[in-house]
Design a binder for this molecule. Structure first.
Ligand SMILES: [Ca+2]
Length: 181
């Protein structure tokens, strides 16, 4: 009887604890680990037929022995094009989602070209948040506070548009997730 009571107490405690724990965990929106653009709309040639996979993918190698680094897992989005380099352009458009958590975090690398080489949060077909790389090929984490957009339907666009001179005209993105903090 004592044991039974104990197990009931534990079960009750877990039931109370579990929703809090799960509610606080980051939700991965996309990490590209399935190796496809499934669910995403892909325009142009820059991002290729599928996400880049691993350090041997030609989309990690830039002139002057520079390499893309810092992605999460194996696969990631890179607009450096193996044959056209910085000259290729294109856009990745995510499926729609509802904003439920106050932060959207992601890994980003590439050029600092506002509106041209960027990741955008689109709400009501307008750019609600945007971010660029820092002229670096090392992916670093960035995030948007979207607490004021809770309940809105949104999508994410990863943009590679022409840049004069083709300097730093590429972007890398990985692991977009929704977080509480
Ligand atoms: Ca990844």
């Amino acid at each position: 009887m004592k044991i039974k009571l104990l197990s009931c107490t534990c079960a009750a405690a877990m039931l109370l604890y579990a929703p809090v724990s799960m509610g606080g965990e980051p939700v991965i929106f996309v990490d590209f680990e399935n190796g496809s653009w499934r669910g995403w709309e892909v325009d142009g040639k820059a991002f290729g037929e599928a996400p880049a996979i691993g350090s041997k993918d030609p989309r990690t190698e830039f002139p002057g022995s520079r390499r893309l680094e810092g992605w999460s897992g194996e696969a990631f989005a890179s607009s450096w094009n193996a044959s056209r380099g910085d000259g290729a352009t294109g856009r990745l458009i995510s499926p729609e989602f509802k904003i439920e958590k106050p932060l959207i975090a992601f890994l980003i690398a590439g050029g600092r070209h506002e509106g041209l080489q960027c990741i955008n949060l689109m709400v009501d077909d307008k750019v609600a948040r945007t971010a660029t790389g820092e002229n670096s090929d090392i992916m670093t984490e960035s995030s948007w506070d979207v607490s004021d957009l809770k309940g809105k339907t949104a999508r994410i666009e990863v943009v590679d548009e022409p840049v004069e001179g083709n300097s730093w005209a590429h972007i890398g993105i990985d692991r977009i997730e929704f977080r509480d903090k």
